[in-house]
Design a protein around this ligand. Sequence first.
Ligand SMILES: Cc1cc2nc3c(=O)[nH]c(=O)nc-3n(C[C@H](O)[C@H](O)[C@H](O)COP(=O)(O)O)c2cc1C
Length: 189
Amino acid sequence: MRIGFALTGSFCTFSNTVPFIIGLKELGYDIVPIMSDNVYNIDTRFGSALSWRSRIEDITGREILHTLPQVEPIGPDKLLDVLVIAPCTGNTIAKLANGITDTPVVMACKSQWRNQRPVVIGISTNDGLGINLKNIAVLLASKDTFFIPFGQDKPFEKPKSLVADWSLLPSTIEAASMNQQLQPLLLTY
Ligand SMILES: Cc1cc2nc3c(=O)[nH]c(=O)nc-3n(C[C@H](O)[C@H](O)[C@H](O)COP(=O)(O)O)c2cc1C
């Protein structure tokens, strides 16, 4: 199975999700790495863009797809069995729910949906129970779209924050590849 693994700008979460790319490789999956423009280019206190790029390319053995022309063939050539977006920002969720396709990640998603193939979303956003809740609802009701089970990570400090349980990433992919949503979807941490 060939999996597209896309990272969007929840920079603090890379250390949680990147180890799963290693795990998926060890399970024998072929991983195609994809990055949003922001992830590909921005240095943060969680690491330089270059260091994350090198790490991902070392792990996957592939060049990162980071432009619209690079991801465009995902549709016509049916390149991916499953597309995973982990972490998925509030920004990318809002774009996906509203048909906006101006980053490599949302464009890859549009291509995957075009082929009626599964997309797995691992949310990590401080506005999940706020302004973005309506967009999450749109995606929950969308065909070929599955969520890594999620919950409130810090309900008292960040009352509107939602984050996926990353340990469920592999089993969510497995279920999504059979067109199933892993349950329970809503978690209590
Ligand atoms: C250090 C840092 C951490 C961030 N963490 C998050 C986050 O956890 N979740 C989120 O939705 N946005 C987060 N953001 C904001 C996004 O990076 C921003 O909305 C960006 O436009 C996302 O673009 P993308 O979705 O195309 O990657 C963070 C930004 C910075 C600089």
